[in-house]
Design a protein around this ligand. Structure first.
Ligand SMILES: C[S@@+](CC[C@H](N)C(=O)[O-])C[C@H]1O[C@@H](n2cnc3c(N)ncnc32)[C@H](O)[C@@H]1O
Length: 245
């Protein structure tokens, strides 16, 4: 029986664990940033919540899914750069039988990701500790997710180059990142010191992102969605791109 499904944009995991012991385990990993719902009535939202709490961690992958038929990648390989606690990796592994490598730097997040993987019984998903600036596994993946991570990186261009190199020919990139909406679309704004988050490095203009992707070698680039969350300030947006190698 499948133990992983989706409820209103959040992962839903069937479990036989009793609620009290699951709750005491999850409490130790608080603060939580993402809603995960369990069949025994426990949900991560009942514990301390960190900043940028999201009720629907799967909303980005679902938006991309509306644009492209992922069914054609069934059984293929996916890379999830900056995978956090692994919900997108588990989603791809569960729904499309993909073999997924989730790359994350933060040890605590990897620990949670492994726990959720074990609980949900999704096979073929691996979480590895790695640096998204430098991670590269040449000509390996049919799909690369680069969601919400590019602007946290010291070397965003290098990361995109490594992503391109890691894709097989015709492989697809799903890129989602924050952007700065200036009259000059080529603007590259340094965000250091402007927010409490010391890992918030960049807000690039849409034109700058597309020029960089073009120079790296991505083709058929298209902006497929734009989100303007009030939480990220004026002239800021989140852009969703699809491109191919
Ligand atoms: C905003 S979260 C995005 C999570 C998920 N990809 C999503 O879109 O919902 C950014 C993630 O990238 C990770 N990250 C930041 N810098 C990294 C680096 N240099 N190498 C690997 N992961 C990194 C963070 O720990 C965090 O889990």
């Amino acid at each position: 029986m499948k133990k992983f499904s989706v409820r209103n944009g959040a992962p839903y995991i069937e479990t036989d664990l009793d609620a009290a012991s699951l709750a005491s385990k999850l409490k130790k990993w608080a603060p939580w940033r993402h809603q995960i719902i369990f069949s025994n009535g426990v949900a991560t939202g009942q514990f301390d919540r960190g900043p940028f709490w999201t009720e629907q961690p799967l909303f980005k992958i679902e938006r991309f899914e509306r644009q492209i038929d992922l069914g054609r990648l069934k059984g293929g390989r996916a890379l999830d750069i900056g995978c956090n606690i692994g919900y997108n990796s588990l989603y791809l592994g569960n729904k499309y039988g993909m073999t997924v490598t989730g790359v994350e730097m933060d040890h605590r997040l990897l620990e949670v990701a492994s726990f959720l993987k074990e609980l949900s019984g999704v096979e073929g998903v691996d979480f590895v500790q790695g640096d998204a600036n430098f991670f590269c596994q040449a000509n390996t993946f049919d799909l690369s997710l680069h969601l919400g991570t590019l602007y946290h990186l010291r070397h965003p261009v290098l990361s995109l180059e490594n992503c391109w190199n890691s894709l097989r020919d015709d492989g697809s990139l799903f890129l989602e990142t924050q952007a700065f909406e200036d009259e000059d679309p080529l603007v590259c704004k340094c965000m250091l010191g402007t927010t409490p988050d010391p890992t918030n490095w960049w807000a690039l203009g849409q034109g700058a992102i597309m020029s960089l992707m073009d120079r790296i070698g991505f083709r058929n680039m298209r902006l497929v969605d734009k989100i303007r969350p009030s939480s990220i300030g004026p002239k800021m947006s989140r852009l969703l791109f699809i491109a191919e190698k």
